[in-house]
Design a protein around this ligand. Sequence first.
Ligand code: ZN
Length: 182
Amino acid sequence: MNFNSHSDMIVAHAVAVVNALTPGERRGRPYQIPADRRTAVAEAVPLRREITDAEAAELAGYALDLRAVFEAVAKGDLDHAAGTLNRLLTDTRARPHLSRHDGEPWHVHFHGADGTFGADYAASCATGLAIVLGSDLHDRLGVCTADRCDRVYVDVSRNGTRRFCSTACQNRVKTAAFRART
Ligand SMILES: [Zn+2]
């Protein structure tokens, strides 16, 4: 995609957060948020420090709103997606803020320096999705169309024809279609 690399990264993180922290179905099986939410977050996205369960819980709350954005885009309801994102951007106090830490050069964070972990992380995710929604690649956010799966994805393919969360789901659908034919 044509976004800068930081935007691409935070969109990928938004996908990972939604898929780890919202219940539903995954690749043909029911999916529950793991009881150990801290580990679920740590496995989904890179963290600079260990987080508490309360911090993971706060992010899980925002993950439901982030999921709603993917669902709205998948249904073609861009107005709803935009409204949800604008509310999230306000609630999480998203704003650009130049930061320098851990030996890195100055770079832009999409949250201030005084927020909570969950709100700050959600502010970044919401900003990344807002950049996608405000671009001509706005239809690249999706929800897996395979049977019994509702995991989300961002389509970074050249022609924008992705329909599944994973190769696993794509193969499940191919196999089912093959069985139906034979
Ligand atoms: Zn899937």
